[in-house]
Design a protein around this ligand. Structure first.
Ligand code: XIL
Length: 364
């Protein structure tokens, strides 16, 4: 079903959203509202008016130890994703011994703050427990282990997860399936099985396939499109496509993202930007921060222009705790707030896009 706001955006305001100048023009209109209370103009609050949830990945150590981090996580966003604590290595560190503590804490935090939860992730090739990767299992045993994992985890959180990233990063860049422990042992059918098992365990959760470098139209996003079209045809319960959105200012922003997302939308699938961040080759400066703002802007506009795009999640909100410096040599400062929680141009860009979208809704 189309949300009215999205219908309006796609019709009348698509050109406005795509024309850089108009966003700024709208931002000027907002100056008179400076006295509104802080909470009413958070990304989450603006997102609600525009018909999308705005989320963040949450680092549980920071949430426990850093009060400003906790305050921002609680107030700025309307959904949260577990950055690590729902991954297999965390929830089942030794075989058969579950540890849901940190993940349960996040779910409780979200409930206390009126936020929805994206579950991340049931099936991946990374962050698997050592007992699994170094075990000598037959294909039949691995299938049973995977089914039990998906069933137990989805059942543990039943009714408390809005969207599950059921399958994460299954594709190579050329569109072939990634050579993983799952593909090798179970063949390509593991993907359909994972969705069926998750759906059985938590029938109300929206089930997503999630990947990176699928923002634009390319071999990888096209292969994913073909797969989900096929799964839908077979009646497999896949409901959404998660576009991670890990960008770098070194590369062109994916300006064809709306065109790409439309294909999935036309299949009747939900879409979401699930892990947005835009890396900067260090040291950062104001020119690079402007380019970064453009990256965030392109991702959010893709979502706002897509009727069934439900949410836009940033992969952490402060440069203080980003995964980027540990993973991409020489790059960092990928988030919308700096290490002191000062808003960067990217934060303003997101707010302005949301204000335009919300304003369009208001004018209807
Ligand atoms: C990353 C976390 O941010 C890091 O803390 C962790 O060490 C490794 O994983 N794609 C995903 C996420 O789907 O789960 C990854 O998160 C980032 C890339």
């Amino acid at each position: 079903m189309r949300k009215p706001i999205k219908a309006v955006l796609v019709g009348a305001a698509a050109t406005a959203l795509l024309a850089p100048g108009s966003i700024n023009a709208f931002a000027h209109e907002d100056h008179g509202r400076g006295h509104q209370d802080q909470r009413a103009t958070t990304l989450g609050a603006l997102g609600k008016r525009a018909g999308v949830r705005i989320g963040t990945a949450v680092d549980m150590a920071a949430l426990a130890d850093d009060p400003p981090y906790r305050a921002k996580a609680a107030t700025e966003f309307s959904s949260v994703t577990a950055e690590n604590v729902m991954k297999w290595e965390v929830v089942e560190p030794s075989r058969g011994k579950y540890d849901w503590k940190a993940a349960d804490e996040l779910v409780d935090f979200a409930r206390a703050n009126g936020q929805l939860v994206r579950g991340h992730t049931l099936l991946w090739h990374n962050q698997l427990p050592a007992w699994l990767t170094s075990g000598d299992f037959t294909p039949g045993e691995l299938r049973d282990i995977l089914r039990k994992h998906i069933t137990d985890e989805a059942r543990h959180f039943k009714g408390r997860i809005w969207q599950w990233d059921v399958v994460n990063e299954a594709f190579n860049e050329d569109g072939t399936l990634r050579d993983s422990i799952w593909l090798r042992a179970l063949g390509p059918g593991y993907i359909a099985d994972a969705f069926r098992w998750a759906h059985k365990a938590d029938p109300k959760a929206k089930l997503y396939i999630n990947d990176y470098n699928i923002e634009g139209v390319n071999a990888k996003s096209t292969a994913l499109y073909d797969l989900v079209a096929d799964l839908r045809e077979q009646g497999v319960p896949v409901h959404g496509v998660g576009i991670q959105g890990h960008l770098s200012v070194q590369y062109n922003a994916p300006h064809d993202i709306a065109e790409n997302m439309k294909r999935f939308d036309d299949l009747g699938l939900e879409t979401a930007i699930t892990e947005a961040d835009v890396r900067i080759p260090m040291p950062s400066d104001s020119t690079k921060q402007e380019a970064q703002a453009e990256g965030y802007d392109v991702l959010l506009r893709g979502c706002l222009l897509t009727p069934r795009c439900t949410d836009f999640t940033v992969w952490g909100f402060t440069d203080k705790y980003s995964w980027v410096p540990d993973t991409f040599e020489g790059e960092g400062a990928a988030n919308i707030f700096d290490e002191e929680y000062r808003a960067k141009p990217a934060y303003s860009a997101l707010r302005e896009d949301l204000m335009l979208a919300a304003g369009v809704k208001g004018r209807r």
